[in-house]
Design a protein around this ligand. Structure first.
Ligand code: FES
Length: 132
């Protein structure tokens, strides 16, 4: 697989993905579809005092989608929501030591679903009249 441009880190996260699953009654939930390939990604977060204390993902995407979402969950866990909102697909790809150019669209799923989950959380906080 190395000859088609996957780093060791991508292969590691693809074969041994971290934080796969579902969180019941999450504080934030994000679901996005990839317009390029039609694949889907869901991210669930638990948040305490604006810190992401737990995060899980579920995807109907390809190997790169699995690797990028595994990586984004590791990056975001323990992070303040404002910082996690700044994680871009390029940050995720950099942490994975690169993705083949044809696969960069896959990393949109991971970062976009994370951002959606955080926005969902922030909406709930506002609905409850709590300040962030
Ligand atoms: Fe669809 Fe990678 S080809 S997420």
């Amino acid at each position: 697989m190395a000859q088609i441009g996957y780093s060791k880190k991508v292969l590691d996260h693809f074969t041994n993905p971290r934080n796969v699953g579902v969180i019941e009654a999450p504080d934030g939930y994000g679901k996005v579809g990839n317009p390029v390939c039609g694949d889907l990604m869901e991210i669930f977060i638990k948040v305490k005092d604006d810190i992401i204390t737990d995060i899980k993902f579920r995807t109907f995407g390809c190997g790169s989608a699995i690797a990028t979402s595994s990586m984004v969950t590791e990056m975001a866990k323990g992070m303040h929501v404002d910082e996690a909102l700044k994680i871009t697909r390029n940050d995720v790809a950099d942490e994975l030591e690169g993705l083949p150019p044809k696969k960069m669209h896959c990393s949109n799923l991971a970062s976009d679903a994370l951002h959606e989950a955080i926005k969902d959380y922030e909406g709930k906080v506002k609905d409850k009249g709590l300040t962030k």
